[in-house]
Design a binder for this molecule. Structure first.
Ligand code: PEP
Ligand code: MG
Length: 579
């Protein structure tokens, strides 16, 4: 029987299932220590230090330069493990553990309860931050395992033995409820053929690391751990299908498509363009200097969205001007002579910042003071950021473009453009994330130098469907024809005023949707770096006319599923190449 989850790292892989089920038990609620509280505190903190040290050691192994060649997680994996090591040694956490031990709680339970507070905060924040709960749980379980002597579930570091004597070792399919980066980051394509987890979403670390390694992955696949160990499993990381005991012909067909896919990725040119030479710059979305390595490795032609809020999150004050300048200069220096689009701080709603509070309680924060609305209230924070950007750009050859998030009117666009000009920034733009901005795109575009469509928020506001609510996923689907109508309106408005109009939402990362967006008149695409090769290959296989036909077919469809199928029928190379 075929199981289904969300395909989060494309391609197909198969091998014998390795099922990871063991977990570290929760220490009993009433467990108390009887001895010396100071010694018990030291025992707890020593366990946390040991865990941090082990995570650091694994990160150091990932930094080795030969790692990328072997298909490992590389720098991205190392960054994730270092972030986990920081969780283990967080001073606030240590204070929480000590307070509990002082109340008589035994070290393992004190660790468990102190972590629970952080867990609630992350889970409550939703989205990307909520997906970090799995990392936090892993750090907690490692510390509890050290304290109780409980063995930690580990994953094999070698491929499975050959199926018959004299055969080749077979990479296995790793199946688990959830996977910890500390286990998966050190694996490589030679060892693991695919990942399948029952939990996790598209921004979970399993998904991020799998994409970095080029290993197919399916997350949110209910019932996967019930697959008998050793069963051959076929995993399709594009469609999300997980098939135990596939017939031999199916394995042969998938192997053929996979070969064609790898060949298409390898021959895709350096610059994004349709088959008939219509150029479409393909850019990377980044959250900070740590993402530049992946952007360069996957052939980004520049940065289309620098989400600067990651520099500001979790702080009591805005980072100092010099720190900001350094982080911005790193991105500009990585792309000499190319475009780097930096988004002004997008705080509020799902990214709250303690030092930029909205004026009062907000019953609907997504509809409250966020993005540019907050920056207008805290003009000094915006001005300091624009100043740091201007100084960073002064010594670099990259073309800096700065854009504002959550813009609804031409008046707001004009206000932002003035703020940028006052700081000597030559190119200012706005994001189209609110339906009003798409409907009046020409009047907004007239005030600025470019538009960039954020399809994640545009879908949220067009369908009045909270992007953090998994239950409203269908309305958030970027293939919704009404969303495509708004994209077309925005691109047409920009074209009327001769301004470029990119897309920087996750929609651009789907090779079929990328062709549709180009057909709708979008002039550049920015996406998670790992998606660049497949998008470049898909675009390069089709003409601009085919992209326009696919766009019309999708807009004429009744719903997202039909739109996707209709568009793909106009883009025949995608299926042939497994894209
Ligand atoms: C790119 C976007 O911004 P973010 O996902 O950071 O809100 C978007 O809304 O599409
Ligand atoms: Mg947005």
């Amino acid at each position: 029987m075929t199981l289904t989850g969300a395909g989060v790292s494309p391609g197909a892989g198969h091998g014998p299932a390795y099922i990871l089920t063991a977990s570290v038990p929760e220490p009993p609620e009433d467990s108390a220590h009887t001895g010396d509280a100071d010694a018990e505190k030291e025992r707890a903190l020593a366990a946390l230090r040991q865990v941090a040290g082990e995570l650091e050691a694994r990160a150091a192994r990932l930094d080795r330069p030969d790692d990328h060649a072997s298909g490992g997680a590389g720098r991205e994996g190392a960054n994730i493990l270092r972030a986990q090591a920081l969780m283990a040694t967080d001073p606030g956490l240590a204070v929480g553990v000590e307070a509990l031990v002082d109340e008589g709680v035994a070290a393992p339970r004190a660790v468990f309860s102190a972590f629970a507070k952080y867990r609630d905060v992350l889970a409550g924040a939703g989205g990307y931050l909520a997906e970090r709960v799995a990392d936090l749980d892993d750090v907690r379980d490692r510390a509890i395992a050290v304290l109780t002597g409980h063995p930690l579930p580990g994953v094999p570091a070698e491929p499975a033995p050959p199926a018959e004597p004299g055969g080749a070792p077979r990479p296995y399919v790793l199946v688990a409820r959830d996977l910890a980066p500390a286990d998966t980051a050190l694996l490589s394509r030679d060892v693991v053929a695919a990942f399948v987890t029952e939990r996790g979403g598209p921004t979970s670390h399993t998904a991020i690391l799998a994409r970095a390694m080029g290993v197919p992955a399916v997350v949110g696949c209910a019932g996967a751990t019930a697959i008998p160990p050793g069963t051959t499993v076929l995993v399709d990381g594009s469609s999300g299908e997980v098939r135990p005991d596939p017939p031999a012909e199916e394995l042969a067909r998938v192997a053929g498509v996979e070969g064609a896919r790898r060949a298409a990725l390898a021959r895709a040119g350096e610059s994004g363009a349709t088959r008939d030479g219509h150029p479409v710059p393909l850019l990377a979305n980044i959250g900070g200097p740590q993402d530049l390595d992946a952007a360069l490795r996957h052939g980004a032609e520049g940065v289309g969205l620098y989400r600067t809020e990651f520099l500001f999150l979790g702080r009591r004050h805005a980072p100092a001007a010099e720190e900001q300048e350094r982080a911005y200069r790193a991105a500009l220096a990585a792309f000499p002579g190319r475009t780097v689009v930096v988004r002004a701080l997008d705080a509020g709603a799902d990214k709250p910042l303690a030092f930029l509070p909205p004026p009062g309680a907000e019953p609907n924060p997504a509809l409250g003071e966020r993005g540019l609305r907050l920056l207008r209230r805290f003009e000094d924070v915006l001005d300091a950021q624009l100043g740091a950007l201007a100084r960073a750009a002064a010594s670099e050859t990259a073309e800096l473009q700065v854009m504002a998030p959550m813009v609804a009117t031409a008046e707001e666009a004009a206000w932002f453009a003035r703020a940028c000009r006052a700081r000597g920034l030559a190119r200012a733009g706005v994001m189209v994330e609110v339906p009003a901005a798409a409907l009046r795109a020409a009047s907004l575009a007239a005030e600025v130098d470019f538009l960039s469509i954020g399809t994640n928020d545009l879908a949220q506001y067009a369908f009045a469907a909270d992007r953090e609510l998994g239950t409203l996923g269908d309305l958030q689907d970027p293939w919704q024809p009404a969303l495509l109508d708004l994209v077309r309106l925005a691109a047409a408005g920009a074209s009327e005023t001769a301004r470029p109009c990119g897309v920087c939402g996750e929609a651009a990362a789907d090779p079929a949707l990328a062709c549709v967006l180009v057909g709708l008149g979008v002039t550049s695409l920015s996406m998670a770096a790992a998606a660049l090769p497949a998008v470049r290959a898909g675009l390069g296989e089709h003409t601009l006319e085919q992209c326009r036909e696919a766009a019309e077919a999708a807009r004429s469809a009744a719903g997202p599923g039909e739109a996707r199928a209709a568009a793909r029928a106009c883009l025949p190379a995608l299926d042939r190449l497994g894209l």
